[in-house]
Design a protein around this ligand. Structure first.
Ligand code: HDD
Length: 712
C-alpha cells in the first residue's frame, strides 16, 4: 500500500476544494444572512402557550431549508461511496496517446472515484447481487476526463436505446415497488430471457463478481472500446482495466444475505476505514491496445459492449496506478453531487461508434439537470476542473461566477477576440476524423449477433467452486420468479451456454429443460425479431478458457486489512494471543477482539484489553478469519454462550481460516463430524505464519462439500 503520501492535500484539486470548506470550530451560529442567532430551539409565539407568528423569519428559514434538503437520487447507481486520490503514470504511452495524463510521468493527477451498486435505491444494502459501478473523475491539467465503468468487463445490452427497458425490468416492479435491490423477480427475467444479448453480463452477475468482498477487491473496466490518439493524429483502439492490488475476492451468497442484516453499509464502511487508517486502496491501470487495421480480425465486434477481448488475445499493458488516500469531508457535497459524464474527455482520448457509448454521451449530462437542478452543475466544487474555464456560456439557475466585460459571443473585437480558440498543436480539442460512408438506418449489425460464445467462454474459464456458485445463483434467482414460462425460457437459454449447468439449475427448480421454447411474438420483441429468430447462434470456441476471467488466478499473497476476529473472555491466554497478534499485525492484518461484553477484557496476565465488539453486536460474516486462544476460564465462558459456537460454525461454513490454541480447540466441538484435522485452513496449535498464509488464500473452497452440511 502506498503510504508515502503524507499530505493528501498536495493536489490542486484539494486546494481548490479547501476554498469551499467551512470550519465551524469556535464559530457563532448565524442565519443565511450572517445574522447571529440567540435561540434556535423555540419559535416566536404570542405568549408562551400562544400561536406561532408568521413573522418568525428564523423558523421559516430553518424549515424552508429542511424542506428542500433532498435531491432526486441517481436513477441507477443511487447507492454508492467515494474517495479522493491520485493517478500516476509509470511510463509514457505517447506512441498511442498525446494526453498529458498518458505522457507526463511527473504528474500526480487528482481523482475522485465513486463505487456503487446499480439497481438499489440510495438506502439499499451494499451486498446486493449486482454489478458495481466504478467511476473515476480525473482532474487533468487539460480538463476533466471521466472514465465511468463497472466491475465487469461487459454490459447487459448493445444499444443505449434498450437501457430504459433493462432498468425498468430490474427495478422494483411498479405496481407494488418490490423487490428492492434485487434482480430475482419476474420482470427482470422476462426481459433478459427475451433479450439474449444480456446473457454475458448476466452470467458475470451470477458469478462471485456480483458479490465483492470489498470495493477495494474488485476490478474496474471502461467496458467500451475507446480510441487513443497520438500527436501525429494516429488512432488506436483501447480498452481500460483497473487491477486491484489486493486481488479480486468475493463473499458467498449466504454471507451477503447475513451481512445485509448485520451491516448493510459493509462496503461503504470498509472503504472509509481503510483510508482512515492509512491502508490506501490501489489499482493499476492497464490498457489493451488494438491497431485500427486489426479492427475486424476478431470473432466479435469491438464496438459491441457485450464482448470482452480475452487477455490471451490482447495482453493488458500496465501503465500507471490510482491510489485513494482521502475520504470526502461531506457526503452530500462531494459523493452525492459528483456528476460523472462519459462525454468528458481530453485531447488524446476519443470515442468510438459503440452504440451504447453514443447514447451515454447524451444521457449523463441530461440526467444531472433533474438531479442537481441546474445546468451550472459543473460549478459545484467537486465537479470543477482544475483546468481554468473561460467561455461565452452565461447565466441560468445558480450561476456562481461573475463574468466580467461586455462580450459573451464569438467572434468579437470588443473583447479583444477573447476567449480565443486554441489550435490543435496548442491543446485545442479536435474529434478524430473517422471516415463514415453509410446509410441512415435503424438496425443492429450482424457482427453483434453472437450472444452465447462469450458467456460459454466465461463459464468454461471458472474454477469448480466458482461454477457451483453460478449454479446456486441461477437457481436462487429463477426460484424467486413466479411465472413458469419465464423460468422455462431461461432454462432453455442457459442450456445454450452450458447444458450441465442448466441441468443442475433445472434440478434445483424441479423443472425440465425444454427442447425448444415458443418463439415470443414479434410484438413482444419488436425490431429485434430478426436477430432473435436466429438465436441461439452457433457458439464459437475461439479460446478454450481465459485464465484472467476466474478469481482462482488472482492475488493470494497478502492479508493487508483482513479482519481477524479473536474470540476471548476474561482469563484468555496472553501467550497464545500474542503470537498470533504479532504475525497478523506484522503482515498488515487487523486484530478485532470479540468478547461476551463491551469495554475491556482481562487476560491471564492480568492485563486489560480493549474489546472491539461485544458478541451480541457483531457477526461472523463481518470477518475474514477467526482465532480462539486458550485459557480455561475464557473458553468455559465462550462455551456457555451459544453465539460464540455459532460464530465459529459460520466461519467454517464460509470456508474461512480458523486457528485455535490449547483449550480454544473446544470451540471446534460442533465440527467434530467434519474432518478438521485434514482441513488446510484449520490450525490447531500450529504456527501463526501458516494461519496467515491461509487467510491470504481468502477461502478454502475445498471445504465446500462438508461446509454445505453445517446448519447456521
Ligand atoms: Fe450508466 C450512472 C456505468 C450504461 C445512464 N452509469 C452510472 C454510474 C456508473 C455507470 C458507474 C454511476 C456514476 C456515479 O457514481 O455517479 N452505465 C455505466 C456503464 C455502462 C452504462 C459501465 C455501460 C457500459 N448508463 C448506461 C446507458 C445509459 C446510462 C446505456 C443511458 C442510455 N448511467 C446513466 C444515467 C446515470 C448513470 C441515468 C444515473 C446517474 C447519473 O448517470 O449520473 O445517466
Amino acid at each position: 500500500m502506498d503510504k508515502d503520501v503524507k499530505n493528501p492535500n498536495d493536489s490542486e484539486k484539494s486546494k481548490q476544494l479547501e476554498n469551499y470548506e467551512i470550519d465551524y470550530t469556535d464559530k457563532p451560529l448565524t442565519t443565511r444572512q450572517g445574522l447571529k442567532v440567540n435561540d434556535t430551539n423555540n419559535s416566536l409565539k404570542a405568549g408562551e402557550r400562544g400561536p406561532t407568528l408568521l413573522e418568525d423569519f428564523l423558523l421559516r428559514e430553518k424549515i424552508h431549508n429542511f424542506d428542500h434538503e433532498r435531491i432526486p437520487e441517481r436513477i441507477v447507481h443511487a447507492r454508492g461511496s467515494a474517495a479522493h486520490g491520485y493517478f500516476e503514470l509509470y511510463k509514457s504511452i505517447e506512441q498511442y496517446s498525446k494526453a498529458g495524463i498518458f505522457t507526463d510521468t511527473s504528474r500526480k493527477t487528482p481523482v475522485f472515484t465513486r463505487f456503487s451498486t446499480v439497481a438499489g435505491s440510495k438506502g439499499s444494502t451494499d451486498l446486493a447481487r449486482d454489478v458495481r459501478g466504478f467511476a473515476v473523475k480525473f482532474y487533468t491539467e487539460e480538463g476533466n476526463w471521466d472514465l465511468v465503468g463497472n466491475n465487469m468487463p461487459v454490459f447487459f445490452i448493445q444499444d443505449a436505446m434498450k437501457f430504459p427497458d433493462l432498468i425498468h425490468s430490474v427495478k422494483p416492479e411498479p405496481h407494488r415497488e418490490i423487490p428492492q435491490a434485487a434482480s430475482a423477480h419476474d420482470t427482470f427475467y422476462d426481459f433478459v430471457s427475451l433479450t439474449t444479448e444480456t446473457m454475458h453480463n448476466h452470467i458475470w452477475v451470477m458469478s462471485d463478481r456480483g458479490l465483492p468482498r470489498s470495493y477495494r477487491m474488485m476490478e474496474g473496466f471502461g467496458i467500451h472500446t475507446f480510441r487513443l490518439i497520438n500527436k501525429e493524429g494516429k488512432a488506436h483502439f483501447v480498452k481500460f482495466h483497473w487491477k486491484p492490488k489486493l486481488g479480486v475476492h468475493s463473499v458467498t451468497w449466504d454471507e451477503a444475505v447475513k451481512i445485509s442484516g448485520a451491516d448493510s453499509d459493509f462496503h461503504r464502511r470498509d472503504l472509509w476505514n481503510a483510508i482512515d487508517t492509512g491502508s490506501y486502496p490501489e489499482w493499476e491501470l492497464g490498457i489493451q491496445v488494438v491497431a485500427e487495421e486489426d479492427e475486424h480480425k476478431f470473432d466479435f465486434d469491438l464496438l459491441d459492449a457485450t464482448k470482452l477481448i480475452p487477455e490471451e488475445m490482447v495482453p493488458v499493458e500496465i501503465i500507471g496506478k490510482m491510489v485513494l488516500n482521502r475520504n470526502p469531508e461531506n457526503f452530500f457535497a462531494e459523493t452525492e453531487q459528483v456528476a460523472f459524464l462519459p462525454g468528458n474527455i481530453v485531447p488524446g482520448i476519443d470515442f468510438t461508434n459503440d452504440p451504447l457509448l453514443q447514447g451515454r454521451l447524451f444521457s449523463y449530462r441530461d440526467t444531472q439537470l433533474s438531479r442537481l437542478g441546474s445546468h451550472n452543475f459543473h460549478q459545484i466544487p467537486i465537479n470543477r476542473p482544475v483546468a481554468p474555464v473561460y467561455n461565452n456560456q452565461r447565466d441560468g439557475h445558480m450561476q456562481m461566477e461573475i463574468h466580467k466585460g461586455r462580450t459573451a459571443y464569438f467572434p468579437n473585437t470588443i473583447g479583444g477576440g477573447c476567449p480565443y480558440l486554441s489550435k490543435v498543436e496548442d491543446g485545442g480539442f479536435e474529434s478524430y476524423q473517422e471516415k463514415i460512408d453509410a446509410h441512415k438506418i435503424r438496425n443492429r449489425s450482424e457482427s453483434f449477433a453472437d450472444h452465447f460464445s462469450q458467456p460459454a467462454l466465461f463459464y468454461r474459464s471458472l474454477a469448480p467452486w466458482e461454477k457451483e456458485h453460478v449454479i446456486s445463483a441461477y437457481s436462487f434467482e429463477l426460484g424467486k420468479c413466479e411465472i413458469q414460462a419465464i423460468k422455462s425460457r431461461m432454462l432453455y437459454i442457459i442450456s445454450k451456454i452450458d447444458k450441465d449447468m442448466a441441468a443442475k439449475v433445472a434440478d434445483n427448480l424441479g423443472m425440465d429443460i425444454p427442447d425448444t421454447v415458443e418463439k415470443p411474438l414479434n410484438q413482444a420483441i419488436g425490431a429485434d425479431a430478426e436477430v432473435s429468430k436466429h438465436q441461439p447462434k452457433e457458439k464459437k470456441v475461439y479460446l478454450e478458457a481465459s485464465k484472467k476471467l476466474s478469481q482462482d488466478h488472482t492475488v493470494f499473497d497478502t492479508i493487508e486489512t483482513r479482519q481477524v476476529a479473536v474470540l476471548v473472555a476474561d482469563g484468555f491466554s496472553m501467550s497464545d494471543f500474542e503470537k498470533v497478534e504479532k504475525t497478523v499485525k506484522d503482515q498488515g492484518g487487523l486484530i478485532k477482539i470479540i468478547a461476551p461484553h463491551g469495554g475491556t477484557v482481562t487476560c491471564d496476565q492480568n492485563m486489560e484489553h480493549e474489546v472491539n465488539a461485544a458478541i451480541m453486536t457483531t457477526e461472523s460474516v463481518l470477518f475474514d478469519a477467526v482465532f480462539i486462544p486458550g485459557g480455561k476460564k475464557s473458553v468455559e465462558t465462550l462455551l456457555s454462550k451459544a453465539k460464540f459456537s455459532k460464530f465459529v460454525k459460520e466461519a467454517y461454513k464460509h470456508c474461512k481460516a480458523i486457528a485455535v490454541a490449547n483449550e480454544g480447540e473446544q470451540l471446534l466441538a460442533d465440527l467434530k463430524e467434519q474432518d478438521v484435522s485434514k482441513d488446510k485452513a484449520i490450525f490447531i496449535n500450529k504456527d501463526s505464519e501458516a494461519f496467515c498464509k491461509a487467510i491470504a488464500q481468502h477461502r478454502n473452497w475445498d471445504r465446500m462439500p462438508s461446509a454445505e452440511k453445517i446448519a447456521v
